[in-house]
Design a protein around this ligand. Sequence first.
Ligand code: ATP
Length: 317
Amino acid sequence: MVAIKLHELSKSYQHPVINQLNLTIPDQQITALIGPSGSGKSTLLNMIAGLTTPDSGQISFDDQPIFDAATHFNQPPAQRHLAMVFQDFALWPHMTAQENIAFALEKHLTKPELVAQVNWALEQVSLIDYRQRYPHELSGGQQQRVALARAIATQPDLVLFDEALSALDPELRTRLQLEIRTLIHDHQLTAIFVTHDRQEALRMADHIVLLRAGQLVQAGTAAQLYQQPQSQFAASFMGTLNQIDAHQAIRPEHVVVSRPNITRPTYQGIVRSSTFMGDHFDTCVQVNNYDWHVKTELPYSPAPITLSINPHQILTY
Ligand SMILES: Nc1ncnc2c1ncn2[C@@H]1O[C@H](COP(=O)(O)OP(=O)(O)OP(=O)(O)O)[C@@H](O)[C@H]1O
């Protein structure tokens, strides 16, 4: 439970990586940090964690400063009441699941308190029966659950995920995305996760922050970023875009192959290809000078085609 404010936060290495960033990350929500490779997502996460020191600006948790470059105040990571979950799980190979979790806990706990806390954390991730297994005796998904249990066992206010699910296969990844979402909300935690995967951001996040070259492009709910992008960059980053002109576009799900006597706006195009995608064909059509993607039930051969769109779904930026 913690709302995070970043004020004029900057970090440069050979070049600016985070550039005078102002941002509020809401309390008790899951925020996804997304953006192209190199946009500064991990650097930002590490600055919030206290693992990277910003060059300038401030960070506060619930209006309490935890970093202030002007006064040289920098609260150590261990005092920030947060936990991190990484892509490579970062478990100790020579320790069992329960030992890995116990190792992260405070040393002043009595033995019964320690056991109760470890068991509680293992139960939250449905791994109580696996507590005596070593990491190499667990699947990738189970190892990531141990890492998650270790994070919540410390009862943090904030959990930071850095590409935490990237190493897992798609099915397991989807399952863990939903499990983590439930866990974070049930325990009223604040979570920030960095991901490359916009589907993951759409599925998991209450709030999305889109970065580009260390600057904020847009922040809002998943629906706001997808349906009301404020720039072409945000529109195309959030999903496939069929460009109408420089400032207008439409998503593939709002375009259909036109039937006669349709009253909606139509566009003439030429089919370039139809690719089988399992539950539909991705039919690529050249409309004016743009390539449009249309979800069709059947394949189309290269030939002229008329498409119609839902005008209420045009994105304007
Ligand atoms: N410790 C460092 N020393 C020098 N340069 C760094 C360091 N950490 C990050 N950078 C540079 O900062 C830029 C942003 O890196 P960062 O890892 O934050 O981006 P990212 O958005 O998380 O990228 P990716 O999605 O590829 O992980 C990159 O150009 C990177 O090379």
